[in-house]
Design a protein around this ligand. Structure first.
Ligand SMILES: NC(=O)c1ccc[n+]([C@@H]2O[C@H](COP(=O)([O-])OP(=O)(O)OC[C@H]3O[C@@H](n4cnc5c(N)ncnc54)[C@H](O)[C@@H]3O)[C@@H](O)[C@H]2O)c1
Ligand SMILES: [Zn+2]
Ligand SMILES: [Zn+2]
Length: 367
């Protein structure tokens, strides 16, 4: 079939919205009609050419939600009409990682996905007979997408898809960092560095876990106001002396849980140093620049602080995204507050400009 999609033709240049071909779903794959898709930093990171593993041409987009239109042979997990959220982090349910409750990093299709192919090593996207590679296994800046069934989370049909799409990346990453990776305990003190989509999600996750104090640190007053809306009990403007200020707020000890959601390695260090001796856990969600390293004075670790990372909030997507969407429907998560702009596919480059200008939290493309 023919469809419109936003193609990354050249790094550093605007995406080009154009007609491309999409082949039918093969064994184990489904055709999804996209209804909405968030614009995330990772799309911009790849488009800019900074991502060392990036390639072009490709159809970007990975924060999608839509409706299954058709399925290929041997598909058992979804059926036409199902409402789905796309998963750049799939869940096969069978690999050694899927069978462990210690990780969400499914191994099933990793290698081909990273190279831009569907699991059988080919693409469904093309233009004038030339294959175009998929991006993050999703390619959702498009009217339709073909995805492996293990990369689709079937969500409640009651959830508006223009909100549900945020669970495909940013929101689940933040919520899950607190709920799955750190497993924040009720009554605890938390500090979240960064109040973008991921940090705000972490604030909401700490609140859902029953944290008593949630301190959010950012440079923008506007974003700190959003953090209070998600449950932050205190806010601080970031800077060199922020660790000292956090220690002052916590009887000199630091927080039970800290979260880093800025991608800045200096802030990651602050997050480690703001964690409490004895048992403080620092969860890193931000993606640092190529070659950057995190500096930790080992004494911080010997005296009982721990550091861990979190990809997609540690969420096993097919199981947990539907549960988070249900919590949104139950009124536990305020998704509307994250959506700052609604745009069309033709305006996709505006979505990138808004993100670069830090104007709003999320632009959502509506198809
Ligand atoms: N781990 C994952 O699976 C995953 C998924 C999506 C995004 N990410 C990463 O998470 C990070 C956050 O993503 P986002 O969409 O929320 O980004 P964002 O740019 O919207 O938010 C980052 C926030 O950090 C704040 N900040 C910058 N410097 C600061 C400082 N010195 N002190 C305190 N705050 C500071 C900014 O003001 C901004 O509000 C990025 O690095 C992104 O690549 C990770
Ligand atoms: Zn993303
Ligand atoms: Zn797996």
């Amino acid at each position: 079939m023919k469809m419109r999609a936003a193609v990354l033709e050249e790094f550093g240049a605007p995406l080009v919205v154009q007609e491309v071909e999409l082949a039918e779903p093969q064994a184990g794959e489904a055709l999804v009609r996209l209804v909405a898709c968030g614009v995330c930093h990772t799309d911009l990171y790849t488009a800019s050419g900074v991502d060392p593993s990036g390639y072009a041409p490709t159809v970007l987009g990975h924060e999608g939600a839509g409706v299954v239109e058709a399925v290929g042979p041997d598909v058992t997990l979804v059926a036409p009409g199902d409402h789905v959220v796309t998963l750049f982090s799939p869940q096969c349910g069978e690999c050694i990682h899927c069978r462990s409750d210690k990780t969400n990093l499914c191994l099933a299709i990793r290698e081909q996905q990273n190279k831009g192919y569907l699991p059988d090593g080919t693409t469904r996207l093309s233009r004038a007979g030339e294959p175009i590679r998929h991006f993050m296994g999703t390619s959702t800046f498009a009217e339709y997408a073909v995805l492996p069934q293990i990369a689709l989370a079937k969500v409640s049909p009651e959830a508006p898809l223009d909100r549900a799409c945020l669970f495909a990346c940013g929101l689940t990453t933040g919520l899950g960092a607190a709920m799955n990776t750190a497993k924040v305990e009720a009554g605890s003190t938390c500090v979240v560095f960064g109040a973008g989509m991921v940090g705000l999600g972490a604030v909401a996750g700490c609140r859902l876990q029953g944290a008593e104090r949630i301190v959010c640190v950012d440079l923008s007053d506007e974003r700190l106001a959003l953090a209070r809306g998600q449950g932050a009990t205190e806010t601080l403007t970031g800077g060199e002396d922020v660790v000292e200020r956090i220690l002052e707020l916590t009887d000199g000890f630091g927080a039970d849980y800290t979260f880093e959601a800025t991608g800045n390695v200096k802030v990651m260090r602050q997050a480690v140093e703001s964690a409490r001796m004895g048992w403080g856990l620092c969860t890193v969600a931000g993606v640092a620049g190529k070659g950057e390293t995190l500096d930790i004075v080992p004494r911080y670790l010997i005296t009982g602080r721990r550091v861990c990372g979190s990809s997609f909030g540690g969420a096993k997507g097919r199981d947990q995204v539907p549960q988070l969407v249900d919590r949104y429907l139950a009124g536990d998560i305020d998704v509307d507050a994250f959506i700052s702009h609604r745009i069309t596919l033709d305006d996709i480059n505006t979505g990138f400009e808004l993100m670069e200008a830090q104007d709003g939290i999320r632009s959502v493309v509506e198809f």
